[in-house]
Design a protein around this ligand. Structure first.
Ligand code: CP
Length: 309
C-alpha cells in the first residue's frame, strides 16, 4: 500500500486498488477497535479544521467524530456566512490562515476545483469534502467500504447508479473506485442528468462495461446493488428544468417488492423522495449503516495522512 502520509485527498482517481484495499483494512481495524475501546489516543495533539462553505450533516460531523475518536481536536467553520469569506477573503487566504492553526483541513465549497486551490495554497494535507459538482472522494471510500461490509467481497460487482449523475459528486468519485474492481455499471438517469461524457469515456477507455438507461426497473433487474442519489436542486440554473426531472426515480415498498430479494440499497444521503421511509426496515437498506461507516473510513484516512497507520 502506498503511504498516504502528508497527502491531499482530492479525487477518486488518485488511488490504486492496493491503496483502497489498504484503507479498507485500516477502517475495518478501527471499527473493531472502537467497539472494544470506545476511543483511541492516536492523534492526541493534532488539530483538524473543517471548513464548510456549503451545507453538510454527515461529512462534517463524521470527520469531527473520527478526529475526536482518535484523540485529536477539531476547529470548525460551519458556513461561509460565519467566516471572513463573507467579507471577500479569498479561498487561498482562508486556507493559509487556517494552516496557521491546524494540521489538516477538510473543505467543502461550491466551486469546482476549490479543494485543489486550497491544497495548492498550504503545506498541510487538504481533504476534499465536495467541490461543487466535482468530486467527493472520502464519500466514495465509505461507499466502497459499505459495499464490502454488506457483500463480504468486492468481486463481480454489478451496480446501478441512479439519479442526478450529471451533478452528483459522490457518483463521480465512486465510479473511479468501482472501476478498479472491474465493476459492471448501469447509469440510470433522465436524459438531462446523464453522467458527464468525460467520465463515461474515461471508464470505457479502461475497459469498464457501462450501460446508460432511463429505465430503473430494467437496471435493477441486472444488478445486485442500487446506489440512489438526490436530484441536486442547488446545481440547477433553471428551476423549471428541476421541476421537470424531480421525482424521476422513487423506491417505495411497492417498487421494492418487485426487485431481487437480496438487492442492497445505498444512498449517500440526504434523500428527498428517492427512497420512501417505508423502505428503511428492509434488511438490505444499508444507507444508515453507510453513514456509520463514514466514521471508520474517515478515522482510517486521518490516521494515514498523519502517518499513524
Ligand atoms: N453524503 C454527504 O455528503 O452528506 P452531507 O451533505 O450531509 O455531508
Amino acid at each position: 500500500m502506498a503511504s498516504l502520509k502528508g497527502k491531499d485527498i482530492l479525487h477518486g482517481n488518485q488511488f490504486s486498488k492496493k491503496d483502497i484495499d489498504g484503507i479498507l483494512k485500516v477502517a475495518a481495524g478501527f471499527e473493531k477497535e472502537l467497539k472494544a475501546k470506545g476511543a483511541l489516543n492516536l492523534l492526541k495533539g493534532k488539530i483538524l479544521a473543517t471548513l464548510f462553505f456549503e451545507p453538510s450533516t454527515r461529512t462534517r460531523l463524521s470527520f469531527e467524530t473520527a478526529m475526536q475518536r482518535l484523540g485529536g481536536g477539531v476547529i470548525s467553520m460551519a458556513s461561509a456566512e460565519s467566516s471572513s469569506a463573507a467579507k471577500g477573503e479569498t479561498l487561498a487566504d482562508t486556507a493559509k490562515t487556517v494552516a496557521q492553526y491546524a494540521d489538516a483541513i477538510v473543505i467543502r465549497h461550491p466551486r469546482l476545483g476549490s479543494a485543489k486551490e486550497a491544497a495548492d495554497a498550504v503545506p498541510i494535507p487538504v481533504l476534499n469534502a465536495g467541490d461543487g459538482a466535482g468530486q467527493h472522494p472520502t464519500q466514495a471510500l465509505l461507499d466502497i467500504y459499505t459495499i464490502y461490509r454488506e457483500r463480504g467481497s468486492l468481486k463481480d460487482l454489478q451496480i446501478s447508479l441512479v439519479g442526478d449523475l450529471k451533478n452528483g459528486r459522490t457518483v463521480h468519485a465512486l465510479v473511479e473506485i468501482l472501476s478498479l474492481y472491474g465493476a459492471r455499471m448501469y447509469f440510470v438517469s433522465p436524459g438531462l442528468l446523464q453522467m458527464p461524457e468525460e467520465i463515461t469515456s474515461g471508464l470505457r477507455s479502461k475497459g469498464i462495461e457501462i450501460v446508460e438507461t432511463e429505465d430503473l426497473a430494467y437496471a435493477a433487474s441486472q444488478t445486485d446493488l442500487l446506489y440512489l442519489t438526490r436530484i441536486q436542486k442547488e446545481r440547477f440554473s433553471d428551476l423549471a428544468e428541476y421541476e421537470r426531472v424531480k421525482g424521476s426515480y422513487v423506491v417505495d415498498a411497492k417498487f421494492l417488492a418487485a426487485l431481487k430479494k437480496d438487492i442492497i440499497l445505498l444512498h449517500p444521503l440526504p434523500r428527498v423522495d428517492e427512497i420512501h421511509p417505508e423502505v428503511d426496515a428492509y434488511p438490505g437498506a444499508a444507507y444508515f449503516r453507510q453513514v456509520r461507516n463514514g466514521v471508520f473510513i474517515r478515522m482510517a484516512i486521518l490516521a494515514m495522512i498523519f502517518g499513524k497507520r
